[in-house]
Ligand binder design. Structure first.
Ligand code: PPE
Length: 318
């Protein structure tokens, strides 16, 4: 379902009015940074998963892009995300903040552009469809290479970075696959177009280190959960053929959550469906995000809790 309200530069406006002019710098150059965050229905009402970590990464992305000053503090953005979910009466939804270069800067210099901030929300259940969750998906190695670390900044969710994801995902889907696996410029496995990647072999879990990829918050959550469940998790460079001979391969991200890969480059992975460790992590992850695992309660930020930042009018007069 589409939202009724969107937060634009400090206030909630009807979504139809959340528009930007054609001469918006970010529209021409991809000069924006964004986040993808999920809110889940829990016993305590809707709660946003690792909200502060996502907003911190958003602010970090802006720093990487070279934006010197943001118009809003971190705590204000945290509250704004909650306010936007609340105003739309959503429980399970996706939250999309975007910091963008708005007017000016047509000389390719960040310092000459002004900065805008918006937060949209929408109801988005299964990003890859219900079948993907149970059965797993089919992927191929993309003909497109993932970013070199000194060409695009891989720690930042810069909108322009995603042209590379669009090239790869579109090609893979036109070829009949569900997702593209991307190699880094050295030929090691990097990540998918919008997910980090793990493999399982001999009961141990492997994942590329974060050198060339996004520091995924789902990735980080799964590493913690896997350790707590007693699995060994090893971060190391992985080659394409290590995927082919893995017992299980799975990908993870805010939108995709945890999804098994049942086939890569026409080679069946493991038993040809989501493997047992994938399913175990998938199941625990789904409980964690819905507040059913008290150990990880601090990862959930209740949408209806009091706000962090005080609106100016609430400051007592002298
Ligand atoms: N790598 C990339 C390239 C990526 O875009 C994402 C998130 C991840 C890894 C996983 O990060 P995290 O969400 O913190 O676990 N991709 C976002 C955008 C997807 C989209 O279609 O847009 C997301 O999952 O929200």
């Amino acid at each position: 379902m589409e939202s009724q309200f969107t937060w634009m530069n400090g206030r909630l406006v009807p979504t139809a009015q959340a528009t930007v002019p054609f001469l918006t710098n970010a529209l021409h150059y991809g000069t924006a940074v964004f986040e993808g965050i999920r809110s889940y229905n829990t016993e305590r009402g809707p709660a946003i998963f690792r909200l502060r970590d996502h907003i911190q990464r958003l602010v970090n992305s802006a720093r990487v892009l070279g934006i010197k000053q943001l118009p809003f503090e971190l705590d204000v953005l945290i509250d704004a995300a909650k306010e936007t979910v609340r105003a739309n009466h959503f429980t399970d939804c996706y939250v999309r903040p975007l910091i963008y270069l708005s007017s000016g800067g047509f000389n390719l210099n960040v310092d000459f552009a002004s900065v805008g901030v918006g937060i949209a929300v929408w109801e988005w259940h299964q990003y890859m469809g219900p079948e993907a969750l149970a059965k797993g998906i089919r992927a191929n190695i993309s003909s497109f290479t993932r970013h070199h670390v000194n060409v695009m900044m891989t720690k930042a969710k810069i909108s322009g970075n995603y042209a590379n994801s669009f090239l790869a995902r579109t090609e893979s889907m036109r070829l009949g696959f569900d997702e593209a696996i991307m190699l880094d410029p050295l030929g090691n496995v990097a990540e998918c177009t919008g997910e980090n990647l793990f493999l399982v072999r001999g009961g141990k879990i492997y994942t590329p280190n974060v050198n060339t990829v996004l520091e995924g918050i789902t990735r980080d959550s799964l590493v913690t959960i896997a350790h707590d469940l007693g699995y060994e998790v090893i971060e190391m460079p992985l080659s394409r053929d290590q995927l082919y001979i893995a017992d299980e391969v799975f990908v993870c991200g805010t939108a995709a959550e945890v999804i098994g890969l049942r086939e890569i480059d026409f080679r069946t992975i493991g038993s040809g469906e989501s493997g047992p460790i994938t399913r175990h992590l998938q199941q625990v992850f789904h409980q964690v995000v819905r507040g059913q695992e008290p150990r990880y309660a601090e990862w959930l930020d209740a949408v209806n809790a009091p706000l962090m930042s005080q609106p100016a009018s609430a400051v007592p007069a002298e």
